[in-house]
Design a protein around this ligand. Structure first.
Ligand SMILES: [Mn+2]
Length: 365
């Protein structure tokens, strides 16, 4: 069996191996986007389209919540309700294709998935190398580009070189949005010429109007209120900024925490921003960084080991579940919010070596 592609070099032997692996996929074939976002979604639907051209039917499953405005806009404008299903509906057998992620044991799957079921992985997270020390022959392509969609776009183009099959307008628009959002509007230092090329090619076939609708969308009014409240509760401790919206968030607002972190991380003199909030029965948090400090260490220190992690060490986040019997009632939620705020501030002070101030409840280890 030929080797897997290295870097961006996609050789005829790699394509040949891809076709062989696809022909051996076990039914039902499932494509997994472990964390729904434009890049993951575009990669998955494009892989689904590629398989279709090879005569293989596959269903797409997503993990995470669709609670960021950007993701909701994509979900609604592309009518994804019938096209992708939540991971909880993943069939118990058949081959699995991972896109925009390549961790064989990923806690975000919800239920553990047998490693042997994963036959293809296409990803741009270098830190997530699939362990290939297994006798199972997989097609794995992990390359350092700004978006996973860029890789899938290349794969489509190379596979269809001899008999060009056109990507339809909607799919091309989604691919352009995938590249655009994961490269931070093609501005991020992770953006490569392959990303720029994929974006241009996709936009040549895509719809400019739909692209505008899904990239220059308006935010709901409530976002302004949450931003205002978060700015009021924003505290700087050395290089850290920590903030929270000072209220219980609605069940579908977990994604706002990431958006708030993006917003308040934009100012000078702060190298790490932590925004947290209580959603349903969880403390959700997002971290943004522009220093060499390890994000995973910071997260473990503040929220506990295994609470979450970061990608590219620039953005990350996680979840701390609150036991059901400790969930605050409306009149007690202020107390819980205040307690978590003081606890996190005292932990950050400890990190920076700032003089200790008395904090009401003792920190348990
Ligand atoms: Mn991605």
């Amino acid at each position: 069996m030929p080797d897997n592609p290295k870097g961006l070099d996609l050789k005829p032997t790699h394509l040949e191996k891809f076709r062989i692996i696809v022909s051996k996929l076990l039914k039902p074939v499932s494509i997994i986007v472990v964390q729904f976002d434009p890049d993951g979604c575009a990669s998955a639907l494009l892989v689904q389209a590629i398989l279709e051209t090879l005569g293989v039917e596959a269903a797409v499953f997503y993990g995470g919540n669709i609670d960021r405005t950007q993701n909701q806009v994509i979900f609604n404008n592309f009518d994804l309700k019938d096209k992708i299903k939540p991971l909880t509906e993943l069939p118990g057998q058949g081959s699995i294709i991972l896109v925009d992620s390549s961790k064989i044991q990923d806690p975000r799957f919800g239920v553990p998935i047998a490693a042997e079921r994963i036959d293809i992985a296409i990803d741009h997270h270098q830190e997530n190398q699939v362990s290939c020390r297994t006798d199972k022959d997989r097609w794995v392509w992990i390359a350092p580009v700004g978006a996973a969609t860029t890789l899938v776009w290349r794969l489509w183009a190379e596979l269809n070189k001899e008999t060009p099959v056109k990507v339809d307008e909607t799919m091309a628009t989604m691919a352009a949005l995938g590249v655009y959002s994961d490269t931070d509007k093609l501005r991020s230092s992770r953006t490569t010429s392959a990303d720029r090329q994929a974006w241009c090619e996709a936009m040549e076939m895509g719809g400019q109007e739909l692209f505008e609708k899904c990239s220059a969308y308006l935010l709901p009014k409530r976002c302004q209120l949450l931003l205002q409240k978060t700015l009021e509760r924003s505290v700087d401790i050395g290089p850290y900024r920590i903030a929270h919206p000072n209220c219980l968030l609605h069940d579908d607002e977990g994604g706002q925490i990431a958006a708030l972190a993006d917003d308040i991380h934009r100012y000078e003199e702060v190298s790490a921003t932590i925004v947290w909030g209580i959603v349903n029965n969880q403390i959700r948090f997002s971290v943004r960084m522009r220093s060499s400090e390890s994000m995973n260490d910071l997260i473990a220190d503040l929220f506990g080991k295994g609470a979450g992690g970061g990608k590219h060490n620039a953005s990350g986040g996680g979840i701390v579940p609150i036991p059901a019997s400790f969930l605050p009632t409306d009149d007690l939620s202020d107390n819980l919010i205040k307690y978590i705020e003081s606890l996190l501030i005292s932990k950050l002070k400890k990190r920076t070596g700032a003089p200790k101030e008395p904090v009401a409840p003792a920190e348990t280890k």
